[in-house]
Structures are given as structure tokens and as C-alpha cells.
Ligand binder design. Structure first.
Ligand code: UD1
Ligand code: CA
Length: 455
């Protein structure tokens, strides 16, 4: 790349997405927990693009809102008369732009940063327009890339191709880049005299070559350029993403006990020498530190797991759960928006929400923070070294002092001072011999009933 050349991108997102059969626009469907439009935006930014224009249809209000949220400029294309027409609708945004522009599709989420960087890079070195192409055994309806002597001479849409062109297995991913000026100049000459009566972006290759410009193909993997048209494609994209993440994680030193059953989000971060058991799902915003073990069947989202912590099996960490170093959330434990201090243990069957636990706290089985009164959430704080007896209900807002001891089964409604014992349960009373008398009486009654029946 020439260091001083500016980069822009036009993301095409004006499609109708009828095949998704979805009330939500196609490009807002998620792969690895991130909308496809956001994937493509991240791709552009990671390849050094500063200015991004999303081309949306009049009917795609949801896409427009999402694009604005992502900080993109918006160009409206109405009606949709083809990919060339779509790019032209962004022209006003690039009138004064001196630099390279790439065209990306919002429904093609998995392109690697390096591949897009390569597309920009060849513009600085060896060509006036670069097209991202890929080899496939099933070229189907893709545009065919026709090369001669290592140069791209034209792109032919399948519907307009002759048998020799149809036999070509090098296909157009849809991504291409050129100087913005060159691209718009060429687009001005594109006509719609083709099988679809559309203005094809792909026609600019021949147009540019006819004015003495050169074109080349930059190769991508077939997997990267997978376009999503239907939910089955979305599933394929998800699969490809997960496969990629699993390999990346293991290469980075993370142990995956059963990689095919571990599911990541786009931003999942796990340090080397952490271990992830079978059937673990990571929602967005998760971080796992070195030495931590996530046992099988856990769901972790928006949570951090500290060094050497133990999670699960069957634990759920919800957004805002911060498990400290060497802490534990065992089976059937749910933690939400809570900080669990170093070495604190919640080993069985608990709900801890809106809580701050100090270090070395022991939370007994069945402990529940009663954090919600139907209107607001309330905070529970537990000091260092406190011992929370099994089956405690902590009615928040409440504060348990450090070193305090809570007897089992308490409904704790008042703050407990440091080092105190709190009992919040009904007093037990024993009635001597009661059970024996009860059984004898019942047995007698049973005998009588039997005698009556047998008569
Ligand atoms: C296009 C390419 C084809 C390539 C294929 C890769 C053209 C003429 N053909 O074909 O060479 O192999 O992609 O998938 O470019 N869009 C708009 N406005 C429009 C038309 C399309 O925003 O007026 C958007 C669509 O939402 C979609 C993308 O552009 O994201 C591609 O459009 P589509 O009609 O699917 O193009 P293909 O026929 O698949
Ligand atoms: Ca398509």
C-alpha cells in the first residue's frame, strides 16, 4: 500500500433479502453474535478504511439505523437497479475524495483483513482496478473472471456467459477496488443491456481497460467470500466462523476438550493455558484468563473469568459477572452483574445477582440473592471471609460484614455486622416420642379398615 493513499469503502446493503423470510433485514442477522453489516464494517476499518458509506434501500429502516450506529454514512438507493447503480448512489459522498475505494457486500461477512488489504495493496503496485476472486468447483450463478496473460480482461455474469466462459471456475466475490475517480468515471458508461436489465458494477472492468487501465484478480478462499442469501447460508457462515475460531484458539494455546462443541462469539478472548470443556457456549463480551477451567455445559456471556478460576459444569455467567482469580462457580450456579473476589467459592445451586463479594467468601449451596423487588434491582455486599450457610436468602439491599457467619436456611433481611453470627430461621421444637405414637395410631386404623373389607 502506498502509505499516503486514503481508503474508502462502499458497503452494498440495499437488497430485499426475500429468501431469509425474515422481518429483520438480512444484513442484520448475526454470525458469531455480530450482525453481518458490523462484520463488514470491522473488516473495512481493520484494513485502514476511514470513510465508509452504506448503500441502503428506502425500505431498510433497520439497516439504516444500524449503519448510523456503526458510524457509517448513508446513501439511499431507490429503486435498486443493479450493483453498478448501487455504487453510483454513493457518488455524492465521495465527490472530493482523492483515494482508493473498495466495494463490499454487507451479506459477505467472513473476508479476512489481509485479503482486503491485498486488494488495496495491488492498486498501489500493479493495477488500476483489483477484483477479489476465488476458485470454486460450483461456479453456479457467480460472475466469471476472464483472464489473459495474468490480467483480468472482463467479468461475465453467468446469465450472459457463453459455454466457454461458463466453464471458468474463477469467480467474482463481488469485492473490487479502484481509485474513486476511476470507478465513478467508468460507472458513468455502464449500460443495462444485459440479461437482467441491470447496471452491473462488473462492467467497469472492460470499460476501464478500454481506456488503457489495467485490472488484476486478488485471490481469496472460497470460504471467506461465502455470501448469505438464505438461513442455510447463515448456518454455513456460522460453521465456517466457528471452525476458524476453534483453530485460532487452539493455536494460541487454549485447550478445547471437544472443539466441535465449543461455540465462540466474534470477540471471545481466552488466554493461553485456559481449558474449555465440552459443550460450552460463549456469548459476546467474554474473557477467560490463563489457567482457568470452564467445565462442560457452561454458558458465558459478557463475563470475565479470572486466572485459575473454576467454572461449571453447568454454570451460567451472565453479563457483568466478574469471577476473580481462583474463584469458583460450580454446578447450577448463575452469576449476573457481580464481582466475585479472589478465592471466593459458590459451589452449588445458587443465584448471585447485583452483588459484590470480597475475597475468600464461601457461599453455601442454594444461596439466593433476592435482588429484585419487581421494580428495581438492589445490591448485596459480602465482606472478605464471610461464610454464607446453605439455603440462605439474602434480601437486598443488604450488607454482610467480613468474617460473618450465616446459619443455614436464613432469610436475611438486616445487615450483618463483621464477625457476627446471623440466624434468620424459625426456631426448631422437638416433640419426644411423637413419631412413634403417630405410626402406631395409623397402623391400627389401617388394620380396622382391612377387617371391615374382608367381612
Ligand atoms: C454479484 C456480481 C457477481 C458476483 C456475485 C457474488 C454483479 C453484476 N454481479 O452478483 O459477479 O459473482 O455478486 O456474490 O455485480 N445490491 C444493492 N443494490 C442493487 C443490487 C444489489 O445494494 O441494486 C447489493 C445486494 O444487496 C447484495 C449485493 O449488492 O448485497 C450483490 O447483489 P446481487 O444482486 O446479489 O448480485 P449477484 O447477482 O449475486
Ligand atoms: Ca448474490
Amino acid at each position: 500500500m502506498s502509505n499516503n493513499s486514503k481508503r474508502a469503502a462502499i458497503i452494498l446493503a440495499a437488497g430485499k433479502s426475500t429468501r431469509m423470510k425474515s422481518s429483520k433485514s438480512k444484513v442484520l442477522h448475526e454470525v458469531g453474535g455480530l450482525a453481518m453489516l458490523a462484520w463488514v464494517t470491522n473488516l473495512a476499518r481493520s484494513a485502514g478504511v476511514e470513510k465508509i458509506i452504506a448503500v441502503v434501500g428506502e425500505g431498510n429502516a433497520d439497516v439504516r439505523a444500524a449503519a448510523e450506529n456503526l458510524g457509517l454514512e448513508i446513501a439511499i438507493q431507490e429503486p435498486q437497479l443493479g450493483t453498478g447503480h448501487a455504487v453510483l448512489s454513493a457518488k455524492a459522498h465521495l465527490e472530493d475524495f482523492e483515494g482508493d475505494v473498495a466495494v463490499l457486500y454487507a451479506d459477505t461477512p467472513l473476508i479476512k483483513t489481509q485479503t482486503l488489504a491485498d486488494v488495496f495493496a495491488v492498486l498501489a503496485k500493479s493495477a488500476d482496478v483489483a477484483v477479489m476472486g476465488f476458485e470454486t468447483q460450483f461456479p453456479a450463478s457467480y460472475g466469471r473472471l476472464i483472464e489473459q496473460d495474468g490480467e483480468l480482461v472482463k467479468i461475465v455474469e453467468a446469465k450472459d456467459a457463453n459455454p466457454a466462459e461458463l466453464a471458468v471456475k474463477l469467480c467474482n466475490s463481488g469485492v473490487m477496488a479502484a481509485k474513486a475517480h476511476d470507478m465513478f468515471a467508468a460507472l458513468g458508461h455502464v449500460r443495462n443491456d444485459n440479461a437482467n436489465a441491470e447496471y452491473y458494477l462488473t462492467d467497469i472492468i472492460e470499460i476501464m481497460r478500454n481506456s488503457g487501465k489495467s485490472a488484476v484478480v486478488v485471490h481469496a478462499n472460497e470460504e471467506e467470500v461465502l455470501g448469505v442469501n438464505a438461513r442455510s447460508d447463515l448456518a454455513l457462515a456460522e460453521q465456517a466462523f466457528q471452525a476458524h475460531m476453534r483453530t485460532q484458539m487452539m493455536d494460541a494455546g487454549v485447550t478445547l476438550r471437544s472443539p466441535d462443541t465449543t461455540f465462540f462469539s466474534w470477540d471471545t478472548e481466552i488466554e493461553a493455558e485456559a481449558e474449555i470443556g465440552a459443550n460450552v457456549v460463549f456469548g459476546p463480551g467474554s474473557y477467560v484468563s490463563r489457567g482457568a477451567v470452564v467445565h462442560p455445559f457452561c454458558h458465558i456471556e459478557g463475563a470475565t473469568v479470572g486466572k485459575d478460576a473454576q467454572i461449571g459444569p453447568f454454570a451460567r455467567l451472565r453479563p457483568g459477572a466478574h469471577m476473580g482469580e481462583n474463584s469458583k462457580a460450580g454446578n447450577f450456579v448463575e452469576v449476573k452483574k457481580s464481582v466475585i473476589g479472589k478465592g471466593s467459592k459458590i459451589s452449588h445451586l445458587s443465584y448471585i445477582g447485583d452483588a459484590v463479594l470480597g475475597e475468600g467468601v464461601n457461599v453455601g449451596a442454594g444461596t439466593i440473592t433476592c435482588n429484585y423487588d419487581g421494580y428495581s434491582k438492589h445490591l448485596t455486599t459480602i465482606g472478605d471471609g464471610a461464610f454464607i450457610g446453605t439455603n440462605s436468602s439474602l434480601v437486598a439491599p443488604i450488607s454482610i460484614g467480613s468474617g460473618a457467619y450465616l446459619g443455614s436456611g436464613g432469610v436475611i433481611t438486616n445487615d450483618v455486622p463483621k464477625d457476627a453470627l446471623a440466624l434468620g430461621r424459625a426456631k426448631q421444637s422437638n416433640k419426644e416420642g411423637w413419631a412413634k405414637r403417630y405410626r402406631t395410631a395409623q397402623e391400627k386404623r389401617k388394620q380396622k379398615r382391612k377387617q371391615k373389607r374382608d367381612k
